[in-house]
Write a protein of this length. Sequence first.
Length: 129
Amino acid sequence: MRKCDRGAVAVEMALLLPVLILLLLGIMEFGRAFNTQVMLTNAAREGVRVMSISKDTTKATTSTITAAGTLSPALTATDIAITVPGATTTSPCPAGGAAAVTITYTLSTLTKIAGPFSMTGKGVMLCGG
């Protein structure tokens, strides 16, 4: 290495290191968001499965919150909407009808560079199994 080239490596590192760190943080945030989206979809599917079988919105809400147990901050009952078109007080999930569970969740980012992101998970199933 020539004596006049000794500082070039430090300059190149100073220019590229911030870009590489931002790329690494972006990959981490994307992976976390993807994992959260998968978890919301699975929790919504679990909640709608319980709703279509048990016909009880309280059990469906509890099951949905339990299925998304590792989210931080945790799901609350206000994040979950259960809809059943044609439902009555005597038949909360009529046979042939479709129950739907929709979860709306706000994901805050770790780096605070972007976000927070609004995410949605939805599950739909025919009533009665």
